[in-house]
Design a protein around this ligand. Structure first.
Ligand code: ACO
Length: 327
């Protein structure tokens, strides 16, 4: 492996479906089911004010391909330049083929490897780390790394403790080979013993759905676990890169809950204004949340080229991971 070969983000893109659903809209919808919630409860517990829901006929590939096109445009690349596609999603268009191959087709290209990454809300961090490894070994030069989700499809709108938390969207980056380090280090983890605290316990069998294909979560167990592992993995990735928390210009965390994000920043002694926050407008878009937040921050000039970013995610599995990079 060439020690002078690195990977670097050269473009970002994102896409949110047009339908914006406020907490008040959701409260009105839940009231028709005899359930009570309020803007005040949701904002206080999570920071979420609104989320976007895709039209029923749109799948993750429809959202992901638009985000991918925006990222390619920002990188000054054409679909033909892409030689690797990884899509992080837990809401694929179909059981198979992968959403990555569907996006490849929609981009009008063929031949390069394309596959999905299933690590729920850590999916984008996992996908970015794998793409970085493939670029550094010379297996790819120009990768599209996409997070795309239609979580609205797996929400139980009769469960007010979960359905208010999630939204749909997509984000993407173009990751290219470089002689200058972009990605400095990454660390990934999983522990399957936490399977039941966050899952969609349905499957397809004999032409039928068996089990319930709707999201189930023990919110307090998830909260506790998330704050601990995010702090640990942040320190681990900083140590691997020979950097300290003081070197971080921006924390771009998985956008699940403002209290988890603030807790992570506090433990790293990062001021709250150094945390990229989009959860108030996007809700939790699972694997899409980090690239969506990153693209929004880049496009509004908040995050700039040359700055050091800590990306970190945690989600079902449990899975968690972090990537430290120079943009
Ligand atoms: N509206 C109004 N009241 C509600 C709602 C709602 N939408 N949901 C729950 N409540 C009620 C409960 O029924 C309970 O009432 P009770 O005291 O009469 O029994 C009360 O509010 C408190 O419920 P808790 O579940 O204890 O609320 P908590 O403060 O733990 O907040 C939350 C719940 C927001 C889910 C929190 O646990 C959390 O953020 N957990 C992290 C989960 C997360 O972010 N998951 C994202 C996926 S995983 C990931 O991305 C990392």
């Amino acid at each position: 492996m060439d020690p002078q070969r690195f990977s670097r983000i050269t473009g970002t893109g994102s896409y949110l479906p047009a339908r914006r659903v406020t907490n008040a809209d959701l409260a009105a919808e839940l009231a028709t089911r005899g359930l009570e919630t309020s803007d005040e409860w949701i904002v206080e517990r999570t920071g979420i004010r609104a989320r976007h829901f895709a039209a029923p006929e749109k799948g993750s590939s429809d959202l992901g391909v638009i985000a991918a096109r925006h990222a390619l445009e920002a990188a000054g690349r054409l679909p033909e330049d892409v030689d690797l596609i990884i899509v992080a999603t837990s809401t694929p268009d179909m059981v198979f083929p992968s959403t990555a191959t569907i996006i490849q087709r929609k981009l009008g290209i063929a031949g390069c490897p394309a596959f999905d990454m299933q690590a729920v809300c850590s999916g984008f961090v996992y996908a970015l780390s794998v793409a970085d490894s493939m670029i550094r070994t010379g297996a790819a030069n120009c990768a599209l790394v996409i997070g795309a989700e239609v979580f609205s499809r797996i929400l139980d709108f009769n469960d007010r403790t979960t359905c208010v938390l999630f939204g749909d969207g997509a984000g993407a980056v173009v990751l290219e080979s470089s002689t200058e380090p972009g990605i400095l280090a990454s660390k990934l983890h999983a522990d399957g013993k936490y399977r039941d605290i966050l899952c969609v316990p349905g499957t397809v069998s004999g032409g039928q759905i068996s089990g319930v294909p709707l999201l189930k979560m023990d919110g307090q167990a998830v909260f506790k676990l998330a704050v601990g592992v995010l702090d640990e993995v942040a320190r681990e990735v900083l140590e691997a890169a020979g950097r300290s928390a003081a070197d971080i210009d921006w924390l771009v965390p998985h956008q699940a809950n403002i209290r988890i994000m603030q807790g992570t920043a506090r433990k790293l002694r990062l001021p709250p204004e150094r945390v990229v926050v989009t959860v108030h407008e996007h809700g939790n878009t699972s694997a899409a949340s980090i690239p969506l937040a990153l693209d929004h921050a880049v496009r509004k000039g908040q995050v700039k080229k040359g700055e050091t970013l800590l990306l970190e995610g945690v989600g079902g599995g449990f899975t968690w991971g972090a990537v430290l990079l120079d943009l």
